[in-house]
Design a binder for this molecule. Structure first.
Ligand SMILES: *[C@@H]1O[C@H](CO)[C@@H](O)[C@H](O)[C@H]1NC(C)=O
Ligand SMILES: *[C@@H]1O[C@H](CO)[C@@H](O)[C@H](O)[C@H]1NC(C)=O
Ligand SMILES: CC(=O)N[C@H]1CO[C@H](CO)[C@@H](O)[C@@H]1O
Length: 313
């Protein structure tokens, strides 16, 4: 008699559990804590992309599209390319590049911001809506917080990625717009894209006022590692290499975006962040970029309070 009761108790318990399991799968709802305790099974955490707006990422008004290697960009050519300037000396000194990825965050390289202390954030500005540092019409944004990747290595420059949170949400306009981060078509070997920055045109040179852009082509990591093998530099899976003979990103371009155009939709997607190279424009040493496809979850996790445009991921 007792055994039988235990049997029924167990059966009812299992039925209840299965019910909740089925319920949780079909309804995809948050279960009450008590039920979770009973189930005691790891519910797979899923990535929650922050609130989406109806805006379009990676889009720029047509009629301005004009890409020739190494040319001066038209002003407002790239609504998501944002210069970070230092104003510590009383003037705007070009500091690093970045890209607008949502309503309140810029994506840049960790090595750009690794020496900025929280109390020094007031010495920096982000210039929105312009491709020229001296443009008086730029929308000036202030920096609130820097989020570096915890695994960033200053020696190897692995995990060279960081987020800059602005003090306020940025209204999107035709000249201020985020780039998409959706990584369809990775790993991109052989694909050509654009890198844009204000860095020097030659090694050791001074930065330029107006944004410049270059078309470069993605190379596979194995060949890239061979090119770097004599230097002791490690090309890791978190990196992506690209080159174009005679044209490369240079110092000062750091943190800026490397992006691709979808030929069918004319939508631009960022796939890399300018990280490092040995010499500027050296065919022997391709430019090395942070591979964004490796960091989508990290980006989403660290920008939960932002608004993304639809199809950002
Ligand atoms: C700034 O805006 C004014 C007024 O719209 C315009 O006349 C001027 O050309 C702009 N300057 C630059 C550098 O874009
Ligand atoms: C950075 O990488 C080097 C070389 O792999 C390693 O020796 C060092 O411990 C790393 N530093 C950190 C802080 O992880
Ligand atoms: C291993 C190696 O040296 N690979 C390439 C490095 O870059 C030069 C210049 O582009 C190539 O010719 C090599 O094949």
């Amino acid at each position: 008699m007792k055994v039988s009761w235990l049997f029924w108790k167990t059966t009812i318990f299992l039925v209840v559990i299965s019910y909740f399991e089925i319920y949780s799968i079909h309804c995809n709802q948050q279960l009450p804590k008590s039920v979770l305790k009973v189930l005691n099974s790891p519910l797979k955490p899923h990535i929650v992309v922050p609130v989406r707006s109806t805006c379009t990422c990676g889009y720029r008004p047509m009629g301005q599209v004009k890409i020739v290697g190494g040319q001066l960009s038209e002003d407002n050519n790239w609504p998501w390319v944002v210069p970070i300037v230092s104003v510590a000396n009383g003037m705007a000194d070009q500091f690093c590049g970045s890209s607008l990825i949502n309503s309140q965050y810029l994506l840049t390289a960790s090595h750009c911001v690794m020496n900025i202390k929280p109390e020094d954030l007031a010495n920096y500005r982000a210039l929105l809506g312009t491709n020229s540092i001296s443009n008086p019409n730029a929308t000036v944004a202030y920096l609130q917080e820097i989020k570096m990747h915890s695994l960033f290595n200053r020696t190897t420059l692995d995990y060279d990625i960081a987020l800059i949170k602005l003090t306020k949400r940025v209204p999107f306009t035709p000249t201020v717009r985020p780039v998409c981060l959706k990584q369809a078509g990775a790993p991109y070997v052989g694909v050509a894209g654009t890198v844009a920055g204000w860095g020097s045109l030659q090694k050791g040179g001074k930065g330029v006022d107006k944004l410049r852009e270059t078309k470069i082509r993605v190379l596979n990591n194995v060949d890239c590692a061979k090119n770097y093998s004599a230097t002791g530099v490690q090309i890791t899976g978190k990196m992506l290499c690209a080159r174009f003979p005679g044209k490369d990103s240079c110092q000062g371009d750091s943190g800026g975006p490397f992006f691709l155009r979808n030929r069918n939709t004319n939508i631009f997607t960022q796939i890399g962040i300018v990280s490092f190279g040995v010499d500027c424009a050296s065919p022997q040493y391709p430019g090395v970029y942070t591979r964004i496809s490796s960091f989508l979850k990290w980006i989403i996790d660290n920008t939960q309070d932002a608004i993304y445009c639809k199809k950002s991921f």
